[in-house]
Design a protein around this ligand. Structure first.
Ligand SMILES: NC(=O)c1ccc[n+]([C@@H]2O[C@H](COP(=O)([O-])OP(=O)(O)OC[C@H]3O[C@@H](n4cnc5c(N)ncnc54)[C@H](O)[C@@H]3O)[C@@H](O)[C@H]2O)c1
Length: 356
């Protein structure tokens, strides 16, 4: 088992990563005993894992469940209110627990509810996607979407405990697995633990998607790298922003694709678009680009901007990005493996830099 404590603001998150740990829930999460526990999950995860978790708790805790429809649209205010009503009706107190069983959607929604009900109840994350196991379950960002604006309403509220069981990933569809790995690949590119993480990157192949031991190593490194950046820059002013490598173009392409591309697929396009320009204009060695490109292609991920998306449309989305300001856009760039840096460019300069 790999485990560590992550100190963020005034909270500590206990992170435990172990294959098959979800089948021994009370061994890893003994604090649930004697408590009221609301397990929040979605309609795709529920038939796979909800009963397994509930049965382990039923004799030792008072368990309630809430299932929302799978998919991003469920990260909404209506579900927040429904859960508040359930928590009120069942007399949950600040000592009771909300357990998020699912991907980043369930994790973000549940964490927002846990952070605001009674100004904060106990929160446990049991993540079930690569995105959630390697990234979103830690770091304290909670959110719902509002008026079609992604993550508009949220808080900072780290979970008390995160239990990662990589075995749960094996029921994910191939496309979801590959797209989820993109954020891990990005993290290995920017990680300061080089050349070790470069070697880990080289071990990823299409076969990795069913290799639970390698998946465990990958999500562990993802969480360790995120822990490092979140710990030194909790409120996201500098180093934590390195985690956005590839996301400026990625977010724009994702928005234009209107649901046709997974987040990871859009980031894959964003990474390669930026890395190509870094090779031309800055000092990124071409081998870093080529290795990343080959890996993403081997995982059947897209690396080209879809035909039909114009440069003007992409720039319009970049301009509207949450992280943009009147001064322009702050970009995450890379000198080499493990050497990210920030640079602000005006929109005009960015467009020229892209050769558009
Ligand atoms: N808080 C953060 O720091 C942070 C970071 C990154 C992303 N996010 C958020 O995370 C969300 C995306 O997360 P995601 O990619 O995990 O998407 P998701 O939670 O929507 O899950 C993707 C799909 O996989 C299904 N699924 C989940 N686990 C499964 C399993 N083990 N087997 C089979 N199917 C399974 C889900 O039902 C869903 O249909 C977005 O809302 C994003 O904003 C948050």
């Amino acid at each position: 088992m790999t485990n560590w404590q992550l100190a963020l603001a005034d909270k500590h998150t206990a992170i435990q990563i172990e294959i098959d740990s979800a089948h021994q829930l009370l061994r890893y999460l003994p604090m649930l005993k004697g408590k009221k526990v609301l397990i929040l999950t979605d309609s795709q995860v529920a038939p796979l894992y909800l009963d397994k978790l509930t049965h382990q708790l039923i004799n030792d805790a008072t368990v309630f469940t809430k299932i929302v429809a799978a998919g991003e649209p469920s990260k909404n205010l209506d579900h927040v209110e429904e859960c508040y009503r359930l928590l009120i009706a069942e007399h949950f107190t600040r000592q009771d627990y909300l357990v998020c069983l699912g991907g980043g959607m369930v994790g973000d929604l549940g964490a927002l509810i846990a952070s605001t009900y009674m100004r904060g109840i106990q929160l446990v994350q049991v993540p079930t996607t690569i995105v959630a196991q390697s990234d979103s379950s830690i770091g304290g960002k909670t959110a719902i979407d509002y008026h079609h604006l992604k993550n508009l309403i949220g808080t900072f509220y780290p979970a008390q405990s995160v239990l990662v069981d990589p075995q749960l990933l094996l029921t994910l569809p191939q496309r979801e697995l590959a797209a989820g790995l993109v954020e891990v690949i990005k993290s290995l590119l920017i990680s300061e633990r080089q050349p070790t993480d470069q070697h880990l990157l080289a071990r990823i192949t299409p076969q990795s998607l069913s290799d639970v031991d390698l998946l465990a190593q990958l999500v562990t490194r993802g969480l360790q790298i995120k822990s490092h950046f979140a710990a030194i820059d909790f409120y996201d002013f500098k180093e934590r922003r390195y985690l956005n490598f590839g996301h400026t173009i990625g977010h724009a392409v994702e928005a234009l694709a209107a649901g046709e591309l997974h987040h990871g697929e859009a980031v894959s396009i964003g990474l390669i678009t930026i890395m190509r320009r870094l090779v031309v204009h800055q000092d990124l060695p071409v081998q870093v680009l080529e290795q990343t490109q080959q890996l993403l292609l081997a995982l059947q991920l897209p690396i080209e901007i879809p035909t039909g998306f114009t440069h003007e449309q992409i720039m319009a989305k970049v301009t509207a990005d949450k992280k943009a300001s009147t001064a322009g856009i702050q970009l995450v760039l890379l000198h080499d493996f493990g050497q990210p840096y920030l640079q602000t460019m005006t929109f005009k300069n960015f467009q020229d830099w892209l050769g558009w």
